[in-house]
Every structure is written in C-alpha cells, then in structure tokens.
Write a protein that binds this ligand. Sequence first.
Ligand code: GN1
Ligand code: MG
Length: 371
Amino acid sequence: MNISQQNFEELARVFCLPGTIKSIEVVGNGNINGTFDITMVEEDGKESRYIFQKVNMFVFKSPKQIMSNIRKITEHIAAKLEAEGKSRDGVMHFFQRENGKNYLVDSQGFWRVSEYVPNSVTYNECDNLDRLRSAGGAFGKFQTMLSDFDANELYETIPNFHNTRSRIAVLMRHANEDPCGRVDEVQDELMQIRKFKPLAVRFNELIDSQEMPLRVTHNDTKMNNILFDATTGEAKTVIDLDTVMPGLVAHDFGDAIRFAANTAAEDEPDLSKVALDIDRFRAFAEGFIPAVKSSLTAIEIKTLALGAFVMTVEVAVRFLDDYITGDQYFKTLYRGHNLVRARCQLKLAQEMYDRMGEMNKIVAEIAGMTF
Ligand code: GN1
Ligand code: MG
C-alpha cells in the first residue's frame, strides 16, 4: 500500500479536521482493513488523534452499504446512551464531509475517519479474567442495545458471512478445483472438517426450522474489537462495526470465546500450546450471559457453548479456503500463514468438541437453568 502523507492531508481536509498532520502510525490489529492512527496539531499547539481507515474492497464489495449500516447503528446506540445519561464514548463516531457523506472514495480506495476514543487501549492477550468479564459485558450490552433495532433496515454486508454450511460447501468445491496446487498437503484438515460437519451445521438446521431467531449481531467479536479504558481497565467501546447484520447471538458469544479462551494466539504454529482455557470461558460467559439473558429464548442460551465450537470450525474453514485459493482474503505475514491459522483453529475446535459438556455446565450455572 503506497499511501503518502499528502494523501492523508487531503483526507483530513475533506473530512474538515482542523490542523496539520503531526504523526501517522499503522495499527496492525485487523486482518482485513488498513488502519492508521493519525495525530493532528493546530496552530495553537492543540493536538487531536483520529483513526483513518481504508476499507478492503475485495472483502466488502459495497462499502457504501456498510457506512449506511454503521450510521444507523451508531445513531441508535448513541440515542440510547444519551437517554441513560452515559458518555458518547460508548459508541464509535465517524466524521462527515461537508456533503454529509461519512466516507470518501479516492484513487487509493474507500476511506472513512473516526474519532480516537481518548485514553483507550486494545488487547490481543486474553489472560486477564476481569478484562474478559468486562469484554463479555460489553459485547452482551451491544447485543441488547440493538435488540429493538429492525434488522430489515440493514444491508447484508457480506452474504452468508456466518453460514457455516455454505462456508464448508465453498471450501469443498475449491478443494476439488485445487486452483493453486495446495490441496494435497491439506488432506488431514479436510478430513477433520468432514468429521466436524454434522455438528458444525447445527445452526443452519435450527435457522431453517425457525427454532432460532435471527437478531442484529456484531459478527466479529474478537477481543481486539473492544476499546478498554487505559486507566480503569473497563471495556468501553465496541469497534469494527462492518459486519453488524442479522445473525445469531451464539455467533457473537462463540467467536469471542474462539479468540479469547484459546491459551495461544489464533495463529500459533506450535499446536501443543493450543487449548481451551475453561476459566477464561467462564469469565467471558459471566460478563456476557447476564447482559443478554433477559432478551434470549431458552434454545439460544442452550446453544451458546455450541456457538464456540461452530465459530471455531467455521473460521478454520475460512482460513483453509483462503489458503487453497491463494491467500486473497486475510492479510498474511508469511507463506502458509493461513494454513497455520487453520490448523490452530482445528486443534481448538477439537478441544471444544471434547469439552462441550463442561462448557454447557458453566453456561447452565450462570444462566440459572438446567439442560
Ligand atoms: C477478520 O478484521 P478482523 O481482523 O477484526 C474477519 C473475521 C475473522 C477474523 C479472524 C470481515 O476480522 O471474520 O473471524 O479476521 N473479518 C471479516 O481473525 O472477514
Ligand atoms: Mg478488527
């Protein structure tokens, strides 16, 4: 990506930000978009920070639709926070241009600019149980805030995003086509996915039979998609709103567990380090379940732990699919990175499969239910 200081100066001007750019830092957390932390300084020396983001148009085919979704969602949440007398820092804020648009398309791509939430910090490490509990509360609260939001108002930003059955079908089709000659080396992984499939498509069945309601969900609940207050350690803002669309609460719970309750990083090559940390599972669940419980049906609660397994298999499928089709979707740092990620996720999924009973017991206990 060849973006010059001049490009950023131009963006700052278009989004009506005062001052000149003092520094530009690349934020390396996400696997999809390009994110930059920009500090601007005004004539009187006043400094302000902003987040500039270049949206990945290979992944998001209609970024204008994302920005329309985001505008509606953030306005909905901001109104609720205001009614509760809470700070607006609890929801992201995007800047508008003079013409009212909250994005700009230039020769480099699709850009948006958001406020930097003061004194905030993100974490990739998930070993602090209090922090996990707080993260669970924040994602749960986010879900509850949107429980009265009409899903028909939202575009489906990535069709079939958490359609596990379709994700597996696409992978198997690409495995037959073998476009990059990489399928020979992934036979064990494909076999494991075939073994997991009957349980991994359980949500498809429950949606098809209308036993499970679709809600407005976040759909990308990694720990690093939360801003924490650097002083108090409390989770304060849920970020990365690109995939907010109709989904299952179990997807949000499950994806968060997939990332946070892994004893290793999502792309750990040494599989002996990869395991399910049940204390972390419990801590996140202790934050999440009380925040969502009152609006959920019994089956939604009973399938939360299953969500962890399903989301872990699903992302393994996505990483493996990206590997065999030439690493076009996720950012990769080295050849084989997506395969390493897929193997790590499959190891974790196996752990979850083996320990489903333990996870369910904890959910039942926290929810005060028997199942
Ligand atoms: C991507 O952008 P980021 O890093 O928050 C991906 C998620 C995956 C995740 C795996 C739009 O999230 O679905 O679970 O990587 N986002 C999109 O790390 O595909
Ligand atoms: Mg992210």
